[in-house]
Write a protein that binds this ligand. Structure first.
Ligand SMILES: [Zn+2]
Length: 356
């Protein structure tokens, strides 16, 4: 057996000589995940990789090159709760690291209560899809399908304890510099960016990546329906409008480089920000057009009507989920921009109509 060769990129930022990028394998199509080690007081990892033997070996090899063991880690800061980011936090603790784990307060429960089922939010998504008109029989088949494949996958993550719940504007201090926490919800509710202003460096996790744009989440939050909403909708994390707001906020600052969790190093941050905004603006427009067509006959259409019109050839059991979340996100953006009207029909389904 050949050892996986870890990719250790020392000092990607000349002004921050104690910061290194470590590239770890993942079992997924997204490819490797890039995590960051900051040497010095305290020895800190930003993200940790998936919990898999090959990922652990790659991390150990990179650490060895720098003269450390896994048990030397004193602090882990997570950009967000997904398993390629938090996966090895408990592994480090099991290896003897006496570390503090810092993560945004909105992702902290997902870290402490991690399970594969919880991570998929199966019931929450099913309830959401119900509200957007997806038929019950189809939702049941979809749930069964998801439960089927998560039962066969080797574990990629373990729950672990959180010591510090971060908020927007918090500081992460080091000996020679500090990182500012920017809350950037969208991909997850508690996603954060870490900003080092002197060097113009932004660690972006999955919010901005080298060669891809992240999906954005949308799911019901605990709590009773919003009394201010005439449609009495349950409180919900609306990932896509939040994501676009976050990108537009980033537009107002100048960064010299972006260190993402996937896709190398981004030397032209402004262009990456514009491309991600454009990517979603185009999709929102496409969904607005589809809604106009789907609603042409009766004046109103559900999210499910829009999905069927856009993706007539796709398998609704296997290929519906991510695109349906995209449709819901786009409808959220259009509603906030007052480009559509929303009502609840007699069956309880939300229906939408173009505003013009
Ligand atoms: Zn992620």
């Amino acid at each position: 057996m050949t050892m996986p060769s870890p990719l250790l990129r020392r000092m990607p930022v000349p002004e921050l000589p104690r910061l290194h990028q470590i590239v770890l394998p993942t079992p997924w199509e997204i490819g490797p995940v890039q995590i960051y080690l900051v040497e010095g007081d305290p020895l800190t990892l930003v993200d940790t990789g998936v919990m898999r033997p090959e990922s652990r070996r790659a991390l150990e090899a990179a650490f060895e090159e720098l003269g450390y063991g896994l048990d030397d880690v004193q602090r882990v800061v997570l950009t967000h709760h997904h398993s390629d980011h938090m996966g090895q936090a408990q592994t480090l603790r099991d290896a003897g690291a006496d570390l503090e784990l810092w993560v945004h307060e909105d992702d902290a429960e997902d870290v402490e209560l991690y399970s594969r089922e919880r991570d998929e939010r199966i019931e929450l998504y099913s309830a959401l899809f119900h509200e957007y008109g997806v038929p019950g029989a189809l939702r049941a088949r979809q749930e069964e399908h998801i439960r089927g494949w998560i039962g066969t996958e080797a574990p990629v993550c373990e729950p672990t304890r959180v010591e510090r719940r971060l908020r927007d504007g918090d500081r992460i201090p080091f000996k020679d510099f500090e990182l500012a926490v920017l809350h950037a919800p969208g991909h997850t509710a508690g996603h954060v960016l870490l900003h080092e202003p002197q060097s113009g460096t932004l660690l972006t996790g999955d919010h901005l990546m080298g060669e891809a744009v992240p999906f954005t989440e949308s799911y019901f939050l605990p709590g009773s329906p919003d009394l201010c909403d005439p449609l009495q909708r349950r409180p919900r994390f609306r990932g896509l409008p939040a994501y676009l707001d976050g990108l537009r906020r980033l537009r107002r600052s100048t960064f010299r480089r972006i260190l993402p969790a996937h896709g190398g190093i981004v030397d032209r941050p402004a262009r990456a920000i514009e491309e991600a905004i454009l990517f979603y603006e185009v999709r929102v427009q496409r969904i607005e057009r589809a809604l106009e067509r789907a609603a042409a006959a009766t004046g109103w259409a559900s999210g499910w009507d829009v999905w069927r019109l856009l993706f007539p050839k796709l398998d609704p059991v296997i290929q519906m989920h991510t695109r349906m979340v995209m449709v819901i996100g786009a409808l959220d953006v259009l509603e906030e921009a007052r480009r559509i009207h929303v009502e609840r029909n007699a069956a309880g389904t939300l229906v939408f109509a173009p505003a013009r």
